[in-house]
Design a protein around this ligand. Structure first.
Ligand SMILES: CC(C)(COP(=O)(O)OP(=O)(O)OC[C@H]1O[C@@H](n2cnc3c(N)ncnc32)[C@H](O)[C@@H]1OP(=O)(O)O)[C@@H](O)C(=O)NCCC(=O)NCCS
Length: 181
């Protein structure tokens, strides 16, 4: 696939995250979040679990990721999405969201949910533009005074069966202290 960058098109690919992406993912976390970054150990565990879909450049450097895990037999949760600052505003997040949705549909997921900080206008606009709707407000979700919207999207071609949740991983993001996502 191609993406418009610096006035020209560059070749990009979506692929599953690999253990060797750990350093690149840490760099994206560092440059994207002031607080509540995923620690290295958690990133490694999530990579092992196949939770990351990454967007890589021609040299296989990860420029953005989306992490999704199964929350129930037919439901997925989008845990996080981030793009390197120099790659933002070029459609990278849209590609990642579309890839995550397609992969979820293939696993017969019919509903995707996520939380987003109410002050994260860019992410909110991204999710709204991808067809997610606001279903509720979660007070203090990211810490005291840091509320989140809960959003959902129906993935229309999902059949609602077949995928199994991974036990014990449902509240990873919520468990992080003082998260500002
Ligand atoms: C949110 C984020 C992933 C968007 O990545 P991106 O690659 O720049 O997004 P895209 O270029 O694909 O834009 C997709 C949509 O996002 C929204 N968007 C992107 N940049 C925006 C901006 N500066 N202002 C307002 N809306 C914006 C728009 O709706 C846009 O669609 P449009 O181009 O049709 O208007 C990126 O800004 C980021 O990494 N932020 C820090 C991490 C974060 O907050 N993650 C979300 C919470 S987990």
């Amino acid at each position: 696939m191609f993406i418009l960058a610096w006035g020209g098109f560059v070749c990009m690919s979506l692929r599953l995250g690999r253990p060797s992406d750990l350093h690149d993912l840490e760099e994206i976390e560092r440059s994207s979040f002031e607080k509540g970054r995923f620690p290295r150990s958690l990133l490694a565990t999530m990579l092992d679990s196949g939770d990351f879909l990454t967007l890589v450049d021609e040299e296989d450097v990860v420029v953005g990721y989306v992490s999704v895990y199964l929350e129930g037999p037919a439901k997925a949760r989008l845990v996080s999405i981030a793009v390197l600052p120099e790659w933002r505003g070029k459609g990278a997040a849209r590609l990642l969201m579309e890839g995550a949705e397609e992969a979820s549909r293939e696993r017969e997921i019919s509903l995707m949910g996520l939380e987003v900080g109410i002050r994260n206008v860019v992410a909110l606009r991204l999710y709204l533009s991808q067809g997610f709707g606001i279903k509720g407000l979660i007070k203090d979700y990211y810490g005291k005074g840091k509320d989140a919207f809960y959003m959902e999207k129906a993935l229309t071609s999902g059949k609602g069966a077949g995928a199994r949740p991974r036990d014990g991983k449902h509240d990873r993001l919520a468990a992080l202290p003082d998260d500002d996502r």
